[in-house]
Write a protein of this length. Structure first.
Length: 254
């Protein structure tokens, strides 16, 4: 797996700068970004004769190489990084994308590759459009504040339900086989949560239906209990690991 790059650290760093109104030091950036990304593999290795990992050294390079200044996104004063108006504009343009990646706690490899996309030359003027099942939790408010996100997400949800609904028109948790309709009757008919195993997003000129088709490979239906357990830690537990535990308890689950 390729090591993380400075550009992949820009958006999450701007997110932290915006949250830390008093400014943020390099040491604080290292601490917070390490908590967000939870680097693995080569990036987690400690450099010879140093206290830095390869990941933390890359964060230090943001200052050494004046990475933010090149884009005009932040400035460094008296030992602190401060987000600029241009940086806040870029962050706000991508805030749904950033929130989606950070709130779902994806694996390091997925976070790393995803944060590269808004800064790729061919996509620099585009905004990633996210599909986030979590918008359904606040359906009323989301229809007002993030209606496009809601519309995309409901399309992906509906496509996932069609894919995983069986011949008896029932949909069960992919992990423990819990059937809401079986337990709650009509109150639970058609209810399920959708877990994003990997990020699903598109750019403005991508075809929604084509993106949804490919996105179906990265989402599965789960019950609320399994979903909460998966996301109990960051990065989340792997579905296959939770399935192993469940299958020992429910050997008949298919």
């Amino acid at each position: 797996m390729a090591r993380i790059t400075e550009t992949e650290l820009i958006l999450p760093s701007l997110f932290l700068m915006d949250a830390w109104h008093k400014g943020i030091t390099t040491s604080e950036l290292i601490k917070e970004l390490t908590e967000i990304f939870k680097p693995t593999g080569e990036d987690a290795e400690i450099l010879a004769g140093r206290n830095d990992s390869k990941f933390s050294q890359k964060v230090r390079n943001l200052k050494a190489h004046d990475t933010f200044e090149k884009y005009g996104y932040a400035e460094y004063k008296n030992g602190y990084f401060f987000i600029t108006d241009e940086g806040r504009k870029f962050l706000n343009k991508n805030i749904d994308f950033v929130t989606y990646l950070l709130s779902n706690g994806f694996l390091y490899s997925d976070l790393k590759s995803s944060f590269q996309k808004p800064l790729q030359k061919k996509d620099i003027e585009k905004t990633p459009k996210v599909f986030d099942e979590n918008v359904l939790i606040y359906e009323g408010a989301q229809k007002i504040t993030h209606s496009k996100t809601y519309e995309r997400s409901i399309k992906l949800r509906n496509a996932a339900i069609i894919k995983y609904t069986d011949e008896n028109e029932r949909i069960k948790c992919k992990i423990c086989c819990f059937d809401f309709e079986d337990f709650y009757g009509n109150y639970g008919k058609g209810f399920i949560e959708i877990h994003h195993q990997k990020p699903v997003f598109m750019f403005s000129d991508d075809e929604t239906e084509k993106t949804i088709k490919s996105g179906l490979e990265n989402v599965i239906p789960v019950c609320s209990n399994c979903h909460r357990i998966i996301h109990r830690i960051r990065p989340p537990y792997l579905v296959k690991d939770i399935e192993k535990v469940v299958n020992k308890k429910l050997y008949f689950c298919k």
